[in-house]
Design a protein around this ligand. Structure first.
Ligand code: AP5
Length: 221
């Protein structure tokens, strides 16, 4: 079953893409590819990519398409992607989606499904304001919706929990504007391709997981 999960998770900041991608990784053995995580690590490590991307992340703006497309083209050729992949945060613009079509065609692959997870703005703000990420293992949690046994400490590995720099109010507002202008059109793009499944992202993490699995029924085998 695991070998052929090739999925895209689409949705605004805070929709729960990363949370569901981590669950799908466990379910199907497919590798989660989060462009946001890759970029944040590059910034932390001060690599050339990180130096180029840092200012965009800080502002909540999109990193230029050519940078991201090259990154994904390389990433999808790595051996672990043979187990399948869950793209989390890519594509984010029409040129990125068109490039993904070309990259997959060259690899003789196609997507099983694009899952669009939608949540209203007030829920997004609530989720982002309370989000915490483990510095050590990358696990996601939330101070209200997924509280850890000891505040500030990851239940899974005991690592320190951090708040993302771009989860400040003014940056969140910019990320939402960018999403509406540049990423929301991808819903129609994939609907036209017949690849889209739409999911109501309001509810518990378990509720959304169940909806995701229902939406994927028969598509990943
Ligand atoms: P990225 O890291 O991709 O951020 P994002 O798309 O804004 O999405 P988030 O990670 O904020 O939210 P999510 O949907 O994953 O929600 P999560 O599961 O964490 O990108 C960051 C930046 O990198 C961009 O601004 C841009 O600069 C750059 N970048 C990245 N990709 C790029 C690209 N392709 N092109 C150009 N630039 C790019 O959940 C949020 C919180 O809610 C968590 O605390 C979680 O525990 C909680 N939660 C989740 N689900 C539920 C639920 N059902 N109920 C209650 N709480 C929940």
């Amino acid at each position: 079953m695991a070998a052929s999960a090739r999925l895209v998770l689409l949705g605004p900041p805070g929709a729960g893409k990363g949370t569901q991608a981590q669950l799908l990784e466990q379910e199907f053995g497919a590798v989660q590819i989060s462009t946001g995580d890759i970029l944040r690590k590059a910034v932390a490590d001060q690599t050339p990519l990180g130096k180029q991307a840092g200012d965009y992340l800080k502002r909540g703006a999109l990193v230029p398409d050519d940078v991201i497309i090259n990154l994904i083209a390389e990433r999808l050729q790595q051996n672990d992607c043979a187990k399948g992949f869950v793209l989390d945060g890519f594509p984010r613009t029409i040129p990125q989606a068109e490039s993904l079509d070309v990259i997959l065609k060259k690899l003789a692959l196609s997507l099983n499904c694009v899952l669009s997870v939608q949540v209203p703005r007030e829920v997004i703000i609530e989720r982002l304001a309370g989000r915490r990420t483990c510095k050590k293992c990358g696990a996601l949690s939330h101070v209200v919706f997924e509280p850890q046994r000891q505040p500030g400490v990851c239940d899974r590995c005991g690592g320190e929990l951090l708040q993302r720099d771009d989860d400040r109010e003014e940056t969140i507002a910019n990320r939402l504007t960018v999403y509406d202008a540049q990423t929301a059109p991808l819903v129609d793009y994939y609907r036209r391709q017949g690849a889209l499944r739409e999911i109501d992202g309001v509810g518990s993490i378990g509720d959304i997981r169940a909806r995701v699995m229902t939406a994927l029924g028969g598509l990943v085998s």
